[in-house]
Design a protein around this ligand. Structure first.
Ligand SMILES: [Ca+2]
Ligand SMILES: [Ca+2]
Ligand SMILES: [Ca+2]
Length: 231
């Protein structure tokens, strides 16, 4: 190798190391600190899903949120986060709608997928690595891979239960049968669930609510400040 070629290789290596985002440095696959819900048996399977019925009820028509992490994304010890909530027969008959979201935080490392199952435990979720690219579990009754309207990767599902019972939500990193595994990595995300599709984000201030709704749904950094706001 000539001195000039060696310098080019060295420069390439330095450039690559300079752009590696947080969480990707070191061993592959990268890992993140586990979230609080991995304790006491964790929430990696439907049978140990985190029960959030009371929290959703207490939130009323406001969103209920939790901070979670997909701490590692691989085919052996990889993380999935399962949630469980009960829908009353009355609410099902009334046509109550739920919005369920998972939005990556701070980085674009994790591409969370939402899959909803139920009612009841009588289902077997599909291994994501057996799915064709950009498809979701056919066993799920509702699902979403990606909503391109956020700054960070995220997914959103609007879901109307057709019967009362226990419903399950699986949040997992994107993966498929292409051989690349869970190539969309691990990372932190915000889980959000609410009854109804509308949120008065800024209270009684209609203009501020409109601005915040635009920021939330059509996040585009190039538009920040265009409404005289800091967001
Ligand atoms: Ca987790
Ligand atoms: Ca886990
Ligand atoms: Ca988990």
């Amino acid at each position: 190798m000539t001195m000039r070629r060696a310098l080019c290789v060295l420069a390439s290596l330095l450039l690559f190391s300079a752009v590696v985002p947080p969480g990707m440095a070191g061993a592959w696959p990268p890992t993140y600190a586990v979230d609080a819900y991995e304790a006491s048996g964790g929430d990696d399977i439907k049978a140990s899903a985190r029960i959030i019925t009371a929290q959703v009820a207490a939130a009323g028509h406001d969103p209920y949120t939790e901070a979670h992490t997909i701490d590692i994304a691989n085919a052996t010890t990889g993380d999935q986060d399962w949630y469980r909530f009960t829908v009353s027969s009355h609410d099902a008959v009334a046509g109550i709608v739920y919005v369920i979201e998972a939005v990556s935080n701070d980085s674009r490392d994790v591409n969370p997928v939402i899959e909803i199952y139920g009612p009841g435990l009588a289902f077997t979720p599909t291994d994501p690595l057996s799915l064709n690219p950009y498809t979701t579990d056919p066993v799920a009754i509702a699902s979403n891979i990606r909503g391109p309207w956020w700054d960070h990767l995220g997914a959103s599902v609007t879901f109307r239960p057709v019967a009362g019972g226990d419903y399950f939500i699986r949040i997992r990193p994107y993966g498929d049968n292409s051989g690349s595994g869970y190539f969309d990595n691990a990372g932190r995300y915000t889980f959000r669930i609410k009854v109804g599709t509308l949120t008065r984000i800024a209270g009684s201030n209609r203009i501020a609510t409109a601005v915040q709704a635009s920021v939330e749904r059509f996040a585009d950094i190039s538009l920040r400040g265009s409404m005289g706001t800091s967001t």
